[in-house]
Design a binder for this molecule. Structure first.
Ligand code: GLU
Length: 474
């Protein structure tokens, strides 16, 4: 059987539902509306054969649409050996709340395929992905207007490239075919900055947290991100980018990295890019020089630190290890890493948690930009970049003529530099993350019954979704 053991006796979906129930109760939302909000709109299950080394192998996958009050419904597709319907539905629900929190005008969806990608060749993976895509399209679960997949655990630009090509071949007349998938390679309609987006979003969430001294104080911390001791669990796409940017741009110290085959610890700080290269070269974190190795990677989560960033998968902090967690602040880069029961325990102990539905929303924010770019059929910055550069040069000339002082070259360059697509995507991501956290803080401050950021984030999301259901009828 490929499913995971239930953490704390609750399935992932039940865990998410409990958190949402609490928010619904605090808001005093009418029961019918609460139920409508929580229920998963539709789920597709497919089983299909693909010929692997001369033999037909059957693959099973799902695509759940949690909500379609806004279209398209949006969310990643994960390829993993343990994925199941409950997990896909829980993740689709999280997508609904996530989009609402960061003001991305999409419904929530998610997909999953039971597969261990490491067991198949590239050609086999392509055949399987294309076949799964055809099933999704065939059953009305993928199109630029209704349902737009993206990368998730076990998938990336490569799979998204195959998916968009499959869609294009089936609908060559659809001028918006590029908008049928996000997270594509940049050469095939992807937007610059999408690959790093979720990790970058985690960094921006933490930066925004540290801009609010009262919030920092609540977590028993002080100062800025500089020199903060951080533990990362999972050095995949999200964990790597979050850790790398926090290290090189904010001066944080990554004191431990936990992977599935062990953890490494160095209290002076690890160089994340070197660790990544080491894993790519050797296939394991074990044996990384200048660090202590822990064979049981779960131990790393319990080390003393300022910030813990679980960036791997759901259900890693349960009522068993929650009492031993020493971090003052947890930034949920993964979806659902803390179970409902663990969340209650951590809250009682005053540990502050930046919740997944906000913290890891960077991916879908930049997916939104990519989708808009695909429908607009033009690269961001293409029309205005040189115009702004020319304007900047005029300003420099005016200042220099009026003052008779030549500006330093670096300043002239900064003033006259027009923004490229990377700059604009990062700026849009930063803005979305900052505004959403400000809303979350405000919501928590203005309601005595809201004790934590997760509850505040859910209350915010539910208010927006309920308003939209109310307006359009349900
Ligand atoms: N899989 C990512 C998530 O869980 C991205 C979803 C998207 O871009 O649609 O948020």
């Amino acid at each position: 059987m490929n499913s995971k053991p239930e953490a704390d006796g609750l399935s992932f979906r039940e865990s998410v539902d409990h958190m949402v129930d609490n928010a619904i109760e605090i808001m005093g939302l009418e029961k019918g509306m609460g139920n409508a909000l929580k229920s998963c709109h539709s789920v597709l299950q497919v089983s299909f054969p693909v010929k692997i080394k001369g033999q037909a192998e059957i693959f099973t996958g799902w695509r759940a649409v949690h909500s379609d009050h806004r279209l398209p419904s949006k969310g990643g597709i994960r390829f993993a050996p343990y994925v199941d319907q409950d997990e896909v539905e829980a993740l689709a629900a999280l997508m609904t709340y996530k989009c609402a929190i960061v003001d991305v005008p999409f419904g929530g969806s998610k997909g999953g395929l039971i597969i261990d990608p490491s067991k198949y060749s590239t050609d086999e993976m392509e055949a399987i992905t294309r076949r799964f895509t055809r099933e999704l399209i065939d059953k009305g679960y993928m199109s630029p207007a209704k349902n737009v997949p993206a990368p998730d655990l076990g998938t990336g630009p490569r799979e998204m490239g195959w998916m968009v090509d499959t869609y294009r071949r089936l609908f060559p007349d659809d001028i918006n075919y590029l908008g049928s998938v996000t997270g594509k390679p940049v050469e095939h309609g992807g937007v610059r900055g999408r690959k790093e987006a979720t990790g970058r979003g985690v960094q921006y969430a933490l930066r925004e947290f540290f801009r609010h001294p009262d919030e920092v104080h609540l977590a028993n911390l002080s100062g800025t991100l500089k020199d903060k001791r951080i533990i990362i669990q999972g050095l995949g796409n999200v964990g790597y980018h979050a850790a790398h940017f926090l290290e090189i741009e904010d001066g944080a110290r990554i004191i431990a990295i936990a992977e599935c085959d062990g953890a490494i610890v160095n209290l002076q700080g690890l160089v994340v890019a070197e660790v990544r290269q080491y894993i790519d070269r050797t296939g394991s974190i074990k044996g990384y020089p200048n660090a202590e190795y822990l064979a049981n990677s779960a131990e790393a989560l319990e080390l003393d630190c300022d910030i813990l960033i679980p960036a791997a998968m759901e259900g890693v902090i349960t009522n068993k290890n929650a009492p031993n967690i020493k971090a003052r602040l947890i930034a949920e880069a993964a979806n659902g890493p803390i179970t409902y029961n663990a969340d209650q325990l951590l809250q009682e102990r005053g540990v502050q948690i930046i919740p997944d539905a906000y913290c890891n929303a960077g991916g879908v924010i930049v997916s939104y930009f990519e989708w808009v770019r695909n429908l607009a059929h033009v690269r961001f910055g293409r029309m205005e970049r040189r115009f702004h550069e020319a304007k900047g040069r005029h300003i420099i000339t005016a200042i220099e003529q009026a003052t008779d002082v030549k500006l330093p070259d670096w300043l002239s360059d900064e003033i006259s530099r027009g923004a490229n697509e990377f700059d604009l995507v990062r700026s849009g991501l930063d803005d979305s993350m900052r505004l959403a956290f400000q809303d979350i803080i405000e919501c928590r401050r203005t309601n005595d019954r809201i004790k934590d950021y997760r509850m505040a984030a859910y209350v915010l999301a539910i208010k927006k979704i309920a308003r939209s259901y109310h307006d359009i009828g349900y």
